[in-house]
Design a protein around this ligand. Structure first.
Ligand code: COI
Length: 349
């Protein structure tokens, strides 16, 4: 595959304070891009990271035809760089694209672009505790026309940001009872930009009440707990780990599916089934709700300290034998090439 590479004249890495990173604010020296026009993807290129110009009529600005992915790269003690299940992200971005009537991006372009970009920017992958390089592939509609129909032109890009934890402090959540993130037959399963845009207003209202996340419920009854927008959600009731099944409303999270497999491998009983807010509230009242945590690429595993269901508030216990911590140690150990990867999930760049 042809790939044009223009390297940066001087790296900006020495200006970066890696001990004080805000998630997703600093980007590496290079970016990958590829345009779709005349019905095909053109020759991809890697260029120095820089602003990109669009006509104000580009369809992404008007109709939100945009999808993305979130991945992470880790550096091990030998300075080798590892990705975690990148095939899952490559497949998912094309599933998301299909739902938004966008063309699939070829697998070989995706992997060659990713490999070359990570090799060029390898010094940006730090290897301290909690360090990783967050990778953001995305596709946007670039046709210059405000008629409401799918674009004829697109741009696929990959940008990368050195990051640490997404949630630095405590996480408390509120169960949604008015707003919805997604509906049956909608785009909830896709990593579509609009899913996130629609969540910001209710998330701000929740933040004003002291909650870092909203746990979205099913749009028709608000009875079933689904996902938290930046992460899938797991509940530990007594010794059973419960999480909602994926559906056309819920993102098929890579971290979620990996944790289900790891938990089963650890001998933990896992139930993937609809989980009602009433069940969780009842379990909390009886002291049977031992843990709640979110799982996602950016969030990794984020322990949830408390939750609110309408006007009832609950704090969760601190568990000595925490499933969240056990699974996090196992997952991040595999991701960072410190623990055996018996499922063949890791991919060396
Ligand atoms: C990810 O975990 O990669 C996500 O896409 C969540 C994002 C909103 C930071």
């Amino acid at each position: 595959m042809a790939l044009n590479i223009e390297k940066i004249a001087k790296s900006k890495i020495s200006d970066v304070d890696f001990s004080n990173l805000k998630f997703g604010e600093i980007f590496t020296d290079h970016m990958f891009e590829c345009d779709y026009k005349d019905g095909e993807w053109q020759t991809p290129q890697i260029r120095p990271y820089q602003p990109i110009a669009f006509d104000p009529s580009a369809k992404v600005f008007h109709y939100g035809q945009a999808v993305f992915e979130g991945m992470k790269a880790y550096k091990d003690k030998n300075d080798d760089i590892w990705l975690f299940r990148p095939d899952q992200n490559q497949e998912r971005i094309n599933k998301s694209a299909e739902r938004l009537d966008m063309p699939a991006f070829p697998k070989e372009f995706f992997f060659e672009g990713l490999n070359e970009l990570l090799k060029l920017d390898s010094q940006w992958v730090q290897k301290g505790e909690g360090d990783s390089l967050y990778i953001r592939p995305f596709v946007i509609a670039t046709e210059n026309c405000v008629s409401a129909s799918a674009s004829t032109n697109y741009k696929f890009m990959i940008i990368c940001a050195p990051v640490q934890a997404y949630y630095a402090g405590e996480v408390r959540v509120v169960f949604a009872d008015k707003y919805s993130r997604s509906a049956n037959g909608g785009v909830g399963f896709a990593k579509a930009a609009g899913n996130y845009a629609a969540s910001f207003y209710p998330a701000r209202l929740a933040a004003e009440q002291g909650y870092q996340q909203v746990v979205w419920t099913d749009a028709s009854t608000h009875e079933y707990l689904e996902e938290a927008g930046t992460m899938n959600v797991f509940f530990r009731v007594n010794d059973t780990l419960i999480t909602a099944p994926t559906s056309d409303r819920i993102l098929d999270g890579v971290t979620r599916k990996s944790l289900i497999q790891l938990a089963e491998d650890e001998g933990i009983k896992v139930e993937v089934r609809p989980v009602s807010r009433q069940e969780i509230v009842e379990a909390a009242k009886k002291g049977e709700l031992k843990e709640m945590f979110g799982a996602g690429t950016a969030a990794v595993i984020s322990i949830i300290q408390g939750f609110a269901d309408q006007d009832q508030k609950f704090e969760l216990p601190v568990m000595e034998d925490s499933y969240a911590l056990r699974l996090k140690t196992r997952l991040t150990g595999i991701q960072q090439n410190k623990l055996e990867d018996k499922f063949n999930w890791t991919y060396k760049v």
